[in-house]
Design a protein around this ligand. Structure first.
Ligand code: ATP
Ligand code: MG
Length: 431
């Protein structure tokens, strides 16, 4: 039988940087393939080549026996290749429903009532039925990810490419998402899914591809692949398996005495004032200046911050990945690379209080280790770190105290070292 997707000696470079030297891999109809690999390995690039958002420099791509190497992204979508984007890009001014309708109309080629029905169905499958009339620009990150998935579904794909749709979700939500994608797979859709939450993929995928520097480091059953020494060293590291922060930092207005710092009421002040008092935030969703290079983004932060132990030179020394990327425009970075820049930027403000919202979002397990090491050196220098983290185990291991919140209330708190994981999970998930 012909494979559904057949990549033969495919290569890709950005200017003089070779990202994918030569990749040959085939995917059979009905496969459920997990794709993992370090930040910057070329995973999103690979999806770009398959979906036609990027052109190959060499090689050939076949879909269902047809050579699609030179086909436009639109044409590939119409023959059944649907994708989500790692950094969601909805039409911000349109409503959620209109976004799905565009996908059904132009992606699946449906018209009138059948396009509307398709859009409704895709939204309802992703739990967005109540949001149909909301402008997409007003959605929070997690809902944007759901919208990405519904837009891809509305195009009626035979091959569905998912790029980090689970990052930032709670364990329970990840479980629901895995169930949803598995259900879509059972209806006959072939799935390729990039995700750093390896445990999510293991439970659903029957094959795992590991990409490192654009090459296949592993390909096979998930358990076999993850047990490989090389994959552990390069990718897994030691990890086998918003409201609150914003009100402190100043972007959500609260009464002045709602936040106190050194006995002084500081709530409701501007972000700049908070920064001068030493409060810095690693925001969820990164928000780098797109027109600036990595180094310029960092320079801005260090000029506007306080004087202290963190300088650009030290940051580059401790995180060599950032030094290697310094002249790159921030828009050309992979998702995980952008997250590292956002963390570096917060450190360069030399904060007394560092607030991190979903600090490990989009990072490979090995990069998460690096970031937690960085945070522990920051705390040993006297900076207090407040971490909002969906990964309960990581959060407890890396902290001294914890607060477990539900709907704006603290439902459980205590010393992290004596925390009972089961109790925290119960309080957290409310079951
Ligand atoms: N438009 C671009 N111009 C120049 N370089 C780019 C561009 N897009 C990506 N790159 C580089 O190509 C490499 C692969 O990037 P890609 O986004 O495919 O990585 P990834 O495996 O998806 O990583 P992550 O897990 O962090 O999302 C990275 O080094 C990245 O900086
Ligand atoms: Mg990526």
């Amino acid at each position: 039988m012909l494979p559904l997707l057949d990549l033969r000696n495919v290569s890709k470079r950005y200017r003089d940087m070779v990202v994918i030297p030569e990749l040959t891999v085939a995917v059979e109809t009905g496969d459920f393939v997990g794709v993992i690999g370090p930040n910057g390995a070329g995973k999103t690039t690979l999806f770009g080549l398959i979906s036609g958002n990027l052109n190959c420099d060499g090689g050939q791509i076949l879909f269902d026996g047809q050579d699609i190497t030179h086909l436009s992204a639109d044409a590939r979508c119409r023959i059944g290749i649907g994708r989500t984007f790692q950094i969601p890009q909805p039409f911000e001014g349109m409503t959620v429903f209109e976004n799905a309708l565009v996908a059904a109309t132009f992606g699946a080629g449906l018209r009138g009532r059948s396009a509307e029905l398709r859009a409704h169905e895709a939204l309802s499958r992703c739990g967005l039925d109540r949001f149909g009339d909301v402008p997409a620009g007003r959605l929070a990150l997690l809902q944007r990810k759901r919208l990405e998935l519904s837009r891809a579904l509305a195009t009626e794909p035979r091959l569905l490419l998912l790029d980090e749709v689970a990052g930032g979700l709670t364990d329970a939500e990840v479980g629901e998402l895995v169930e949803l994608v598995s259900e879509i797979h059972r209806t006959g859709v072939t799935v390729l899914w990039i995700e750093h939450l390896v445990h999510a993929l293991v439970s659903a995928a029957d094959r795992m591809l590991v990409l490192a520097e654009g090459r296949l480091l592993g390909d096979g059953g998930p358990k076999t692949v993850l047990n490989s020494r090389e994959v552990r060293d390069v990718y897994l590291g030691s990890d086998l398996d918003e409201g609150l922060l914003r009100s402190i930092v100043g972007s959500v207005k609260v009464p002045s005495d709602a936040v106190r710092l050194d006995g002084k009421s500081v709530g409701g002040r501007s972000e700049t004032d908070q920064l001068h008092d030493g409060i810095a935030l690693v925001p969820e969703g990164r928000r780098l200046f797109p027109s600036l290079s990595v180094e310029e983004n960092l320079l801005l932060a260090s000029r506007n911050g306080r004087v202290g132990p963190w300088t650009i030179a030290r940051l580059f020394d401790q995180v060599p990945t950032l030094a290697n990327l310094k002249s790159r425009p921030s828009t050309s970075l992979s998702g995980g690379q952008q997250q590292l820049v956002a963390i570096g930027r917060a450190l360069l403000a030399n904060p007394r209080y560092l607030l991190c919202d979903e600090v490990s979002l989009g990072l490979s397990p090995v990069a998460v280790d690096t970031v937690y090491e960085l945070l522990s050196s920051v705390t040993s220098e006297g900076t207090a770190v407040v971490l909002v983290e969906q990964n309960v185990r990581r959060a407890l291991a890396g902290s001294a105290r914890y607060y477990c919140m539900q709907k704006g209330h603290v439902v459980l708190k205590g010393q992290s070292s004596s925390a009972d994981y089961a109790r925290v999970s119960t309080a957290y998930f409310g079951v």
